[in-house]
Design a protein around this ligand. Structure first.
Ligand code: GLN
Length: 451
């Protein structure tokens, strides 16, 4: 009730949630109480949760930030929803705002309007999980789910002073999570601390036969290493991260974090990721290619927006899609269709896939020299609403530090590392930690020791 009251008071401005259903949430809270009373509670039973509106949840409107799904009520639960709400007994407070189909870095492409950053409401919360980030930052939820295809958990976490983790690809099931770029998409936790994220991830992760890329591995307790001392830890600083393009205040905050890690007993080594600079161009070929294919299912026939007037089947498709998708989604569909088309496939898509392999090899070489890689999450603090909206290339470049992680399928996280002053306001800076495959518990340990 406390969170529902805060949502009722603050969400009309912040716009962090697209859908709230107080009655449903309170009923779930009552059921959680009953479960506690019966003595079969999970550690998270009854804990309120904000769910990114990319997860299908039975009986809940699930929009994915798009007009296309404005009236879509999911008939089934995503695996993540089953794990958190049914198995663990967490209480969903509602569905959070996001960039349309998770395409964006500022939450400005949402059909349901932009989200304000609680630290400075004239600035963006980041994206695409900006609604989840704003909800936790403004205490409209204690913790939230997000998804990360190219930075969408880590960058909004950085811009809103949260901790967020993108797991190794395949650790969390994608079943029921509306697909953007299937080979990159991965769900993860966003919370106030590494400890909170460890608890949520432990409840979210696990093999699911319904997702063909879900990995069959034993269930892990991601909180198990939180208290491990860091003595002997080798932290790699990729020289390409510290070249130009980083804001001076961000650089200063990251340097201070490095000094702190030295004090905690870590050894700092320089590493190199020579193909880093190719990650943004490769991503913006691969992600739109997969998106153009994934979004072909929205045709106005089975579900989603259907144009009121049409003459034949082709006109039904065309009009429904023209009306249902926003400008950024259309741009991605156009790029994706182009790079996959006969004659361009080898020149763009195949090249991008080769670059993707090179990037993964760069990381493998770096992890032969260090345990974790450290750098900034985002080149700057939260930017002003509208500042980059008209220039897609500027917007895409803000993903420079996060995207390579998804191309390689590695786990990565962002944690708070101080503030920069802008217009008399304090704006959070995010520190990024990247680990080798399945090193989530180690990353959470490294973050927790700093926090
Ligand atoms: N900003 C990136 C994009 O627009 C990443 C988004 C994401 O991770 N979902 O594609």
């Amino acid at each position: 009730q406390l969170y529902l009251d805060r949502i009722a008071r603050l969400n009309p401005d912040l716009n962090a949630y697209i859908t709230v259903d107080a009655e449903r949430s309170l009923a779930a809270a009552k059921a959680a109480d009953a479960r506690r009373a019966a003595g079969n509670a999970h550690a998270l039973t009854g804990v309120p949760l904000a769910q990114k509106d990319i997860f299908c949840a039975e009986g809940w409107r699930t929009t994915c930030g798009s007009k296309m799904l404005e009236t879509f009520v999911s008939p089934y639960d995503a695996h993540v929803v089953t794990r958190l709400e049914k198995d663990a007994g967490m209480v969903s407070l509602g569905k959070t705002n996001m960039d349309e189909f998770a395409m964006g870095s500022s939450n400005e492409t949402s059909y349901y309007g932009p989200v304000q950053n609680p630290w400075d409401r004239s600035r963006v919360p980041g994206g695409s999980s900006g609604g989840s980030a704003a909800a936790v930052a403004a205490r409209l939820a204690p913790i939230a789910t997000g998804t990360d295809t190219g930075g969408s958990i880590r960058q909004p976490a950085a811009l809103c002073n949260l901790t967020g983790l993108k797991p190794t690809y395949g650790v969390v099931s994608r079943w029921g999570m509306i697909a953007f770029a299937s080979s990159l998409d991965q769900a993860g936790p966003m919370g106030k601390s590494a400890e909170d994220c460890a608890l949520l991830l432990s409840a979210m992760a696990g093999f699911d036969p319904k997702d063909s890329t879900s990995l069959e591995r034993p269930v892990e307790d991601y909180a198990r290493d939180l208290e491990q001392p860091l003595a002997g830890l080798k932290i790699g600083l990729p020289k390409e991260f510290f070249a130009d393009g980083m804001d001076a205040d961000v650089a200063k905050a990251v340097d201070e974090a490095i000094a702190e890690y030295r004090k905690l007993g870590a050894e700092i080594v320089e590493v190199s990721l020579p193909n880093m600079k190719l990650s943004v161009p490769a991503y913006y070929v691969i992600a739109p290619a997969e998106a153009s294919s994934n979004l072909s299912r929205f045709d106005g026939v089975r579900y989603g927006h259907r144009a009121a007037e049409y003459t034949d089947l082709t006109s039904l498709y065309k009009k429904s899609r023209a009306e249902g998708f926003g400008a950024e989604v259309k741009r991605r569909i156009l790029i994706g269709t182009y790079v996959l088309s006969h004659g361009y496939y080898d020149a763009y898509y195949l090249q991008a896939q080769k670059v993707r392999r090179l990037i993964a090899q760069d990381f493998a070489a770096a992890f032969a020299q260090c345990d974790v890689i450290l750098g900034p999450t985002s080149p700057d603090v939260a930017f002003r609403a509208g500042e980059k909206a008209a220039d897609p290339v500027q917007m895409y470049l803000s993903d420079i530090y996060t995207i390579a992680v998804n191309l390689a399928g590695l786990p990565g996280m962002s944690l708070p590392c101080g503030f920069a002053q802008r217009d008399g306001k304090r704006l959070p800076v995010g520190l990024q930690l990247i680990g080798d495959y399945f090193s989530e518990a180690r990353l959470l340990n490294v973050a927790h020791q700093y926090q």
